[in-house]
Structures are given as C-alpha cells and as structure tokens.
Design a protein around this ligand. Sequence first.
Ligand SMILES: Cc1ncc(COP(=O)(O)O)c(C=O)c1O
Length: 466
Amino acid sequence: MAPDWTARTTDPAVTSLVCQSITVLSPRGIAASVNRLIRTGHLEVGERLPTVRDLAVELSVSPATISAAWQTLSTVGAIESRGRAGTFVRRVAEPSRPVRYLSVGWAPNYVGFDLSTSMPDPALLPSLEESLRSLGSASLRWTASYLEDPVHPDLRDEILEDWPYQPERLVTVEGALDGLSRVIDQIVSVGVRVVVEDPGFPALIDLLEARGAEVVPVALDDQGMLPDALAVALVGDPVAVFLHSRSQNPTGAGLTADRRDALAKVLKGSRALIVEADHSGMISRAPDVSLGTRLPERTVHIRSYSKSHGPDLRTAALAGPADVVDPLMSRRMLGPGWTSQILQSLLLQLLRDPSAQACVARARSTYQEKTTSLTNLLEAEGLHVHPGDGVNLWVGVNNEHSAMQTLAAAGVRVAPGSSFSITPNHSPHIRITTAHLPDDVDDQTDIARHIVRAARATPGQKSGVS
Ligand SMILES: Cc1ncc(COP(=O)(O)O)c(C=O)c1O
C-alpha cells in the first residue's frame, strides 16, 4: 500500500488494516501488532496512522490504551508524532552495522606493517599458562549457582585498592566496550542527546548512533575535553557525557587534575551521567584521574584489562552509583549473568603475581619507548607530532586519502582519522598504533620516512614508493 503523502486524514484502508491485525487489546498487544505491520512492509514509511480517538472507538478501548501503545512504538523509533498533523510511520533504522568501527580497517592476514589496530602486542602480555599453572585450588573460585555475588570478593578488593575513588558499586563486565554498551542500553533512547569527545572511539559512536541518539561532539586537547566547549554542549541537556580518563583513543590525551576540576565545575550544573572509559588501564603511564572523585553519584568509571593482561580475558571493572549499576546487572541476568568466576580468579592471580606485574610494567615502558622513538624519527624528518599516552600516535596530514594511499603503497597500514572524527570538516589525521612498530631501528626509520611522505602527500600526487 503506497502512502498518499498529501493526505490530511488517515486512509480508511489503513485503519481497517490496523484494526484487523490487532488480536490483543492491551497497549503491548496493540504496539506489537502495529510494529509487525511496519516490519513486514504492510505499513510504509510516512503512512499516517489512525488518531488515538478514532482507533479507541474502532477497537472499543480507552484512548489511554492507544496512547500507551503509540508511546511504546515511538520510544523504539517505529513511529513519530508530528503534532496536529498526526502520527506517522517512521523510517526504521537500518540493522545496525558498526560502520565506523569497521572503517578503521580489519586485515587479519595483512602482509606488511599493520599499525592500524589499537591492540596490545601479544609478546608483551603476561603468560596466561604460567598464571593458570600457579592458580592453586585455594585461589580458584567457581560456582554452580546462579545466585552468588557476581563479583569475586577478593578481586573486588584488589581492584578497589587502586581505584581513583570509593564507588557505591563495583562489578565486572566483558571488556570496556561491553560496559559502555550496557550503560548505553540503560540510559540512551531514540532522540536523546549524548556528548562525546571529537575525535573519539568509533565503536562508541556506532553504538550511540545505532541507538538513535543525537551525538554532540566536544573538542579536546592533550588534557581532555575543553571545558568551554563542554559547557556549550551541556545547554542541550544531554543524558550523558562519554569521555576517556587517560590514553584517549585516538589522541592519547589524559585528564589532568586541573582539567578534571574544571570539567567537574561545568558538569555540576547539568544532570548528565558521566561515563569514563579507562580502556588502556594499566599500560597507561598517566594516573587514572576520574570525575568520580568530584561527582561520584553521577560517574560511571570503566577500566579494561584487555590491553594490560590480554583481550581474551574479556574482563573490565565497572563502578558507579547503585541506580545505574544495579539495573544494569539485573538486565545482565537475562544474558550472560556474570563474568565467569574462573576468569575472575585468573585476573586476580595475574594482578597479584609479581612476574605478571613486571610484565605489565615492561609493556608500559616498551609502548612509551616506541612512541617516543617514532616521534623523534618523525621530528628528525621535520614532522612535528605530539606524543600521547598508550599505544597510539595521532598524526596530522595534508590529505587523509593521499596519506593512506602513500602508506598502503609502502606496505604500511594505519587507521584513517575520519573514522574517529564526528565533525565532517575535521583536520585530516591518521592514527598509528606504535605498539606494533617493529623493534628494528632501520625498519622504524623507513616507516617514519614513509609517514612523513604520506603526511605531505596531496591529491593527484603519485603514491609510489621511492
Ligand atoms: C576507547 C576504547 N574503548 C574500549 C575498547 C575495547 O576494549 P575492551 O577490549 O576492554 O572491550 C577499545 C579498544 O581499542 C578502545 O580503544
């Protein structure tokens, strides 16, 4: 049925189709039937739905029942009210593909130097075999019950020892991204505003856009979000502000105590939840500075152990106020429930084991050395780059496409800056994961030369290797 875009009243055929499809006369039953008509294409985008009053009369139910059904459909983005013009079928969001995240580049069998993925160097992770061997039965905890405390109590104590503040709740989740995703499920719905760093983490932006949120970008410098820019963004009453506490992806920026205090001052006047990701955790050199020390009742702080202890542990700690964390954990019971206590025992073992601690410290200094080495080599070639914390270097270029092409021709893969940028006219950049630089100084020097040529490349210039 093709909608008549100019219609001022509902097509009687639509009213009859809607009425015939409804079998259960509750708000939920009505919403489910109409949603099914939309999903199956029987009601097209832009179709005007019957008014609350008309449908209530047709179905012999109260107007409140229809209103509640329309409210449910509008919350999930299936319909929209256009005031006095009526209520219309809305364009249903495409099944969400993580477009930005995929555009960073996945090339598992890449032949050449792959500096495009912000992953730890496997050679610098603590040995899981050793930790598993020394995990005696006294410290191995596992459960046969669905009803136990989902967090290993000793692990909670261990993590809290160097947590930047005393949170009301601390739980574990399956990585920082899982934590972000679960918080988003709790607080973000279609049409709400959320503030994020620009440039920012592509997967986070994908998640927020898939949810139908309006993403409001805020610029940052090497100390984090700019307080004045945040103040402007808060005027739109966002439900949440997402930021990194340290090793910001992609820039490597980290909150200083002064910047935290300036941001806390600005945030005091808003109601937004603060969601901090410490995705690099213990491989960061900077201290973990959190707004939780100033606004604990509004801060969720997530620390991942993926970069320090291995992505396959799939474990991050998530702390925050009970009114956010408790519903999140209840919802999680309708899925994985909790992080396996076996994995939690292993993480605890790794955190306490002196040789694993030494390994993480070695990784931290190696990442710093590699970033410093590449920065110096670029500087020697006349390209100034500001080194950040963590495993990445954010490099300004003349033209992103030309830079990517030049590097691809030289067998070097990096991530395109546009995948991280929210404002369309961002200044062109590439992100280089220094963690995967080769150890050999000659190889590093060659790579640095290619990067400098790439940074200066302009459209139309030949990208061949010289
Ligand atoms: C900012 C940021 N958050 C989260 C993640 C994913 O971390 P996890 O493995 O803990 O989910 C990454 C991965 O690079 C990241 O850069």
